[in-house]
Write a protein of this length. Structure first.
Length: 742
């Protein structure tokens, strides 16, 4: 056995497939090297691995903390059998679907050791075999082609030094034609698979002798840069920055980049627009620069501005209710006495077709939502409560005591087409639309919401503008407020009960750029809500978090370690990232053997769902606990059930990639949720994501307890770093230009 880290070449037979993910072809299997008595564990990317196949593998030995030594596959090659006995065994393994034992025998009897050559190279001869007609021959040929097309793609990627992890996405996009497309039109992948596509295309093209100044390459490069800017939340890139990155990263001169931009503009893929604002996040004055938009983002931004101006242009009919009647209605229906600030908002907000309510924790935003809904009920206006995510909608429904839905569900989102059913031609039936957690709305969602809400209705956006902005591009809530065109009500008064909460007090301090109060009142015998535990080494931070979650918080605060405590961390990688923390917390909070190698889940595990699934009624960010796992030895038959708030949801094996462990999650994934207790690691290693709004968002997720574990340096860095809130967008400028400010 070679030393760990050195390349090992082996030939042998696949004994058993332990785990296989059909989406990305990740495989864990038992492999018996030629001449060896015992099988070894191999892991890597292989399409449709079949027990009984002979393979040549190149790999590196690694030692897994739980499963011991295993060979990580770097390259592989299928060794097709040359003897009739080997061919019979190979075909019986199921490599060609629907091929029975009798048909296999007839094929081998007719073609002998040339059987596989005929299937691959001359499938039209298959009809010479008794019992095989044209339909069966076609089915055999297509099954063989499909099975080996993925392998041809993987070999092609291997030869170009490209990770096999991408093979699943590429094959899903192009099917059996993948290799031909990558050879003939490599930059096509840059358009079809955003993100990874450009680098793959560039490597393939340059391996095949393409020139760095190829116009196709330059166009693909610019589109890639604009897509990356959108992934970072920006609506556009400046022309100056685009040309600078083209030169620095891809050796493309300014003249060639400008020519490619003109071509992309002529094709309608990019929109170039003169900027009339000063300043950007790179410190330059871009007053004479251009904003370069992907055409879809430009359509959304201009569409949002146009639709908002339409809302602002429609006269409002004052509601038929006075202040005294409002006060009496709220007291009768909700048993609530509003503050003077809340009462003033309630009296004025229905005088606008679109308005914003913002404010920090403890300022009474939810109480105001309940009050507005009650007045609308009194006026017999059809009111809809909504939020961007399932978690936020459920929380809104609980606190407002009124049904709330996700915006995607209300707008009739179609996942396959990435589009919405509701629009101007088929609008929502609504008089007053209230959207909570509006800071989470990106440009796409806002664009489609505005198209679906009639301009004669009232749209009220509620959110905390200091929280993290949306994951998708745009900074909608902030832009609307900054424009001054939309009537904005900022709640500033912190209610007396909230004033006593260290969580609320410290959240507001962070919001204002001040350090939280870290010293506990030593005269108080009560447990505090807010703690800072100073630790300097990642190892001790992890150890402290495990101890807090498994023992100290449950014992002192009486909270369930799995259901009530949520670890929120800025990053995924590293010792104090979500990946590592989930592994150690799983072992500490749910210590039991896994169902099998490669299966990361266990009964009792805390998991998060990653994609909106309207059929199952589970949404991106929903957290549940695994109640049961079917431990079938066949990977294809494995399934599990997750308990989401006393509702069981079943997952087939191929759906397991929609789940991740959720003992620790990113702060971004926590938006729209609240937890009884949150534990926040904060270390200098998190530097790329140490931001004030990220820390503020994390703190405001805790209802009863917030504990920060880390260094004061990291805490200070996060509070001083308010720059990430700046996203490139011209929405506020579009609204200022010609907007009705009254």
């Amino acid at each position: 056995m070679n030393a760990s880290g050195s390349l090992t070449a082996l030939e042998g037979c696949l004994d058993r497939v332990t785990f296989y993910n059909p989406e990305n072809h990740y495989t864990i299997a038992k492999f018996r090297p030629r001449g060896a008595q015992n099988a070894i564990t191999v892991v890597g990317f292989m399409p449709e691995p079949t027990a009984g196949e002979f393979l040549k593998l190149d790999g590196i030995w690694e030692t897994h903390a739980r499963y011991g030594q295993q060979l990580k596959i770097i390259r592989f090659e299928v060794l097709l059998p040359a003897t009739t006995d080997g061919i019979r065994k190979y075909l019986k393994s199921g490599v060609i679907k629907g091929l029975g034992a009798k048909t296999i025998s007839r094929l081998i009897r007719h073609f002998g050791d040339q059987t596989l050559v005929v299937i691959e190279s001359a499938p039209e001869k298959l009809i010479d075999v008794k019992g095989i007609g044209k339909a069966t021959a076609k089915q055999i040929a297509e099954s063989w082609k499909s099975h080996h097309a993925v392998r041809c793609l993987m070999i092609f990627l291997q030869n170009h030094g490209i990770s096999l992890a991408y093979s699943g996405r590429i094959f899903k996009e192009y099917g059996p034609s993948a290799v031909d497309i990558l050879k003939d039109r490599p930059y096509q992948i840059a358009c079809d698979i955003p993100g990874i596509g450009f680098y793959i295309a560039d490597r393939i093209a340059q391996h095949q002798g393409a020139h760095s100044d190829d116009p196709q390459r330059i166009r693909a490069c610019i589109l890639y840069l604009l897509e990356q800017a959108a992934a970072d939340g920006h609506m556009f890139m400046t022309g100056h920055e685009t040309r600078r990155k083209c030169a620095r990263l891809f050796d493309i001169d300014a003249e060639s980049a400008s020519a490619a931009l003109r071509a992309l503009s002529d094709e309608g893929q990019v929109v170039q627009e003169a900027m009339n604002v000063h300043g950007s996040d790179d410190g330059c004055d871009h007053n004479c620069d251009q904003a370069l938009y992907l055409s879809g983002l430009h359509r959304m931004e201009t569409g949002i501005a146009r639709r908002l101006k339409a809302f602002l242009s429609v006269p409002v009919k004052p509601p038929d209710i006075n202040q005294e009647q409002m006060t009496r209605e709220i007291l009768t229906r909700l048993a609530i006495q509003l503050s003077a600030e809340q009462q003033a908002v309630l009296e004025e907000i229905l005088l606008h077709h679109i308005a914003i309510i913002t404010g920090g924790p403890g300022t009474g935003k939810t109480t105001l939502i309940r009050s507005i809904a009650a007045i609308c009920d009194r006026l017999r206006q059809k009111t809809i409560l909504s939020a961007p995510t399932g978690r936020a909608a459920r929380r809104l429904s609980e606190v407002a005591r009124k049904k709330a839905s996700t915006l995607h569900k209300l707008l009739g989102y179609n996942l396959e087409q990435n589009d919405f059913e509701k629009d101007e031609d088929d609008p929502l039936d609504v008089d007053v639309m209230i959207v909570d957690e509006a800071s989470m709305m990106d440009a796409q969602l806002m664009f489609h919401l505005l198209k679906a809400v009639p301009v004669t209705a009232t749209l009220i956006l509620v959110g905390d503008v200091f929280q993290l902005p949306s994951v998708g591009p745009g900074n909608i809530l902030s832009d609307l407020i900054q424009s001054g065109a939309i009537r904005t009500f900022e709640l500033k008064e912190i209610f007396r009960q909230a004033e006593k909460s260290p969580i609320v007090v410290n959240a507001h301090r962070v919001r204002q750029g001040n350090l939280p109060i870290l010293e506990k009142d030593r005269n108080s015998e009560c447990l505090s809500e807010f703690y800072f535990i100073e630790q300097y080494q990642p190892e001790t931070v992890v150890k402290t978090i495990v101890e807090l979650c498994s023992r100290k918080i449950p014992e002192r605060f009486g909270l369930d370690p799995v259901r009530d405590i949520q670890v929120l961390t800025p990053m995924h990688k590293g010792m104090v990232g979500t990946i590592q923390l989930n592994q150690v917390l799983q072992q500490a909070l749910n210590p039991q053997s896994s169902p099998g190698a490669g299966i990361q889940f266990r009964p009792g595990d805390k998991v998060m769902h990653l994609k909106n699934n309207y059929a199952k009624e589970v949404f991106n960010g929903d957290i549940g606990v695994i109640s049961e796992i079917d431990q079938s030895p066949e990977w294809s038959k494995r399934r599990l059930s997750v308990n989401y708030d006393e509702r069981l949801v079943d997952y087939e094996n191929e759906e397991l990639e929609d789940l991740i462990l959720a003992y620790a999650i990113s702060v971004h994934k926590s938006q729209g949720s609240e937890y009884p207790a949150v534990v926040i690691p904060l270390m200098p290693q998190h530097h790329p994501l140490l931001q004030r709004n990220l820390l503020y968002t994390a703190i405001t997720r805790g209802k009863k307890l917030v504990i920060i574990v880390g260094t004061r340096q990291a805490l200070d860095t996060a509070i001083k770093n308010d720059k990430p809130r700046n996203r490139l967008s011209l929405l506020d400028q579009r609204l200022k230009n010609g907007a009705n400010h009254s």
